[in-house]
Design a protein around this ligand. Structure first.
Ligand SMILES: Cc1cc2nc3c(=O)[nH]c(=O)nc-3n(C[C@H](O)[C@H](O)[C@H](O)COP(=O)(O)OP(=O)(O)OC[C@H]3O[C@@H](n4cnc5c(N)ncnc54)[C@H](O)[C@@H]3O)c2cc1C
Length: 506
């Protein structure tokens, strides 16, 4: 019988996507005959942003045999308990989207119904006071979550802010140590097979030709294989997500690093501030339909509180997704597969899930159409779910001070999101579709942050006298406060465990 297995896997691009894929797939197929080659151009370089993650990143590198502390030391990382949204729900207002739960469900009824019932009876409380993750973040403190949480009150998770180029270097080291071959060269031509249009090989500027059975396109926005060679097509979501440009700048960093990403509303978008151990990352993500480049640049410069380390760099993007993440024998990962925007730090997480999909549906040389369809169906749904979550932040904003924010209030919601919002508003119910990246607690954080609260409390609580809820809910808030009081400041945690060790010295 003919051996139809994929033998030569070629990854194009050595940014975060390329090296994550190389490290994870090399490990997954260890000991087998699959050869993995990564070609990248140090002359072209990488996008150089992508510093905030969500907790799944920790599972990703742990599966590669790396511990939190190793990764934090190698990448100058800080801890991220969530995201703080400043000014989105009105000037001077802030709320935190933590990676964790709010309160304790009782008798199988979600906590937020009890919280609302107490509020409707005249005792409004801040939902963040029932979340250890949000409360630690607000206090600038950090501790690792307990291994055996006493109750859902102490369930929270955390992610990292890291230096993107140091993280790619770390992934490269893991990949190369395990046998990935790296070629530093520019791909100058993609050669297609005349009979079926599959990619046969890549011409490099060095004169070498690189053949492959399967190609993973991690070449960034341009999509060298998936778009420039295969003309796969792109679905733009710029009608519902207005931001399409960013200025990014690194700064020296002042004070203790906060254990969260700061995202602050600006006149036509928002500004990120991400603490690392050795510097801060800053950027202004904006809509070119609502502000000029010059004004956006000036707004960013005026807002960064510490000395910049270089002139801000502009990045342009088109929010949306590649129509097929997998086309013929090319699978796109990272920016080559599409990009929403960095508001909820989902891009690296989508690389992680993309790698998992490749593992699960790894083809042979027949490239069964069913595998390709399944991959594309998962990818589409997952991107749409993330898109909906991000749209919610804009649509629900309570600013109204500029055309940008007013236009956001009038976005026509996709049906999938409309249904979610309606069911939550009417009944406090969370609609769940397949391939959701964000759990109900995350949706709760955003709904509550914008004051989008259910009109109705679960009727199963009709028999409860709201006065009887006052004491147990106060107990929950007290329990959270006590843990926060005993936790160390984030800076002290980093000092004790995570002083950076430069890659070269390891
Ligand atoms: C403003 C902004 C902020 C972001 N912030 C976050 C964030 O906080 N969190 C998050 O998860 N994500 C974020 N992202 C997304 C994140 O940056 C990317 O998902 C991540 O860096 C992966 O990029 P990549 O590897 O796909 O592409 P790139 O980093 O662009 O890498 C492309 C690679 O392809 C190579 N290449 C290109 N052409 C050729 C050629 N002809 N020959 C050989 N090699 C070639 C390049 O040399 C490079 O190695 C952000 C994105 C933007 C635009």
């Amino acid at each position: 019988m003919q051996d139809n297995r994929i033998r030569k896997l070629v990854i194009v691009g050595g940014g975060t996507a390329g090296w994550m894929a190389a490290a994870a797939l090399r490990r997954h197929f260890q000991g087998g005959p699959l050869e993995i080659t990564l070609v990248e151009s140090s002359e072209i370089g990488t996008i150089g942003v992508g510093e905030a993650t969500i907790p799944t990143i920790r599972g990703f590198y742990q599966r590669l045999g790396l511990s939190d502390i190793e990764v934090m030391r190698a990448t100058g990382a800080t801890c991220k308990l969530g995201i703080r949204f400043n000014g989105w729900a009105g000037e001077g207002q802030s709320f935190i989207h933590p990676f964790g739960l709010f309160g304790q469900d009782l008798r199988g009824i979600p906590f937020h119904h009890y919280w609302r019932k107490l509020a409707q009876a005249g005792e409004p409380t801040d939902i963040a006071d029932y979340s250890l993750g949000a409360s630690l973040a607000a206090a600038g403190k950090f501790m690792a979550p307990p291994r055996n949480p006493a109750s859902s009150l102490s369930i929270f998770d955390w992610a990292l802010h890291f230096d993107a180029s140091l993280f790619a270097q770390l992934m490269r080291r893991v990949a190369e140590d395990n046998g990935v071959r790296r070629i530093d060269a520019k791909v100058t031509k993609v050669n297609l097979r005349p009979e079926d249009g599959f990619v046969a090989s890549l011409d490099l500027h060095t004169g070498e030709t690189l053949e492959g059975d399967l190609f993973i396109d991690c070449s960034g926005f341009r999509g060298l294989l998936i778009e420039e060679a295969l003309r796969t097509g792109y679905e733009s979501w710029s009608d519902v997500l207005f931001c399409d440009r960013a200025y990014a700048v690194q700064s020296e960093g002042v004070g203790d690093p906060m254990p969260y990403t700061d995202v602050t509303a600006q006149s036509a978008g928002w500004r990120w501030r991400i603490p690392l151990q050795h510097r801060y990352g800053n950027g202004y993500v904006y809509s070119s339909r609502h502000v000029s480049d010059e004004d956006a640049l000036a707004e960013l410069k005026a807002a960064v509180p510490d000395p910049p380390l270089h002139e801000p760099r502009q990045i342009r993007f088109n929010p949306g997704r590649r129509k097929q993440a997998w086309n013929k024998n090319v699978i796109a990962l990272g920016l080559a597969s599409g990009f929403l925007e960095p508001l909820e730090s989902t891009s690296i997480a989508l690389i992680e899930t993309g790698v998992e999909k490749i593992k699960a549906l790894f083809p042979d040389k027949d490239f069964a159409p069913e595998l390709v369809d399944e991959f594309n169906d998962w990818s589409k749904r997952e991107m749409e779910r993330v898109r909906d979550f991000i749209i919610l932040h804009y649509w629900a904003n309570k600013r109204g001070d500029t055309a940008f924010w007013r236009d956001c209030n009038t976005i026509t919601l996709p049906d999938t999101l409309q249904r979610k919002v309606e069911l939550f508003r009417q009944r406090g119910h969370f609609v769940r579709y397949r391939w959701e990246m964000f759990q109900p607690a995350s949706w709760m954080a955003i709904y509550a942050g914008f004051g989008l609260l259910p009109e109705m409390v679960d009727p199963a609580l009709d028999g409860i006298d709201p006065k009887t809820l006052s004491a147990p809910l106060a107990e929950m808030r007290k329990a959270v406060r006590e843990v926060v009081a005993a936790a160390p400041p984030h800076g002290a945690f980093l000092e004790e465990y995570c002083r950076p060790v430069p890659i070269a010295a390891q």
